[in-house]
Design a protein around this ligand. Sequence first.
Ligand SMILES: Nc1nc2c(ncn2[C@@H]2O[C@H](COP(=O)(O)OP(=O)(O)O)[C@@H](O)[C@H]2O)c(=O)[nH]1
Ligand SMILES: [Mg+2]
Length: 223
Amino acid sequence: MRVAVEEKVLNENQRLAEELRQCFRDHNVFCLNLISSPGSGKTALLERTLGAMPKDAKVAVLTGDIQTENDARRLAVAGFPVKQITTGGTCHLDAKMITRALADWDLGHIDILFIENVGNLVCPSSYDLGEHAKIVLLSVTEGEDKPLKYPGIFTKSELCVINKIDLLPYVPFDIAAARDNARKVHPGMELLELSCTTRQGLDGWLAWIYRRQQKTAGALAGT
Ligand SMILES: Nc1nc2c(ncn2[C@@H]2O[C@H](COP(=O)(O)OP(=O)(O)O)[C@@H](O)[C@H]2O)c(=O)[nH]1
Ligand SMILES: [Mg+2]
């Protein structure tokens, strides 16, 4: 019975996610879904990302949390459209929440849409949000074995960002083992290492975004 209900929920989510994907295609919106444990640095990475964008960039953020508008407040400082989605207990964002949150935004004014998912390495992996790519963050305080323990999200993510590398001298985190573990679970996954605090590696992240956006645009032009 429980399995049947879960299946129905996921099927309905998939339907709405396909609608979102079509909508993003129609409006040339490039959408990234950021997923990690609480505290890995999703909001920090988005703060740095928005801070590095030209003031006239058409970029927007939907940020999900169980409670509080804290992240939206942090991100709004950069001056781009930001909306908080508070789930009231649900451990992931779903396509319906995204559809609702976008209802009063003009997608014609958005080129890049970042979605910060609720902090959780399990539930968000099952919910397609119509995004072009999922990105998983892993910070060096979490242990290099996380890809092996939570393979679902690492398998589904195109990119793994290892954050907080400024802390490497202080924590027993074996970054080579983390890379190996990530590649064991998902051999084709790209890996980036960075620090939101020192900004080391941020250029590589920004380049990745633009490259991936171009790839999407190119694929569309070819269809
Ligand atoms: N040392 C260090 N701290 C970081 C870094 N990135 C984020 N943090 C800190 O980690 C904490 C959690 O970051 P936050 O962006 O709220 O994580 P989120 O829950 O994934 O959105 C905050 O205190 C950040 O300042 C980093 O690269 N280095
Ligand atoms: Mg956050």
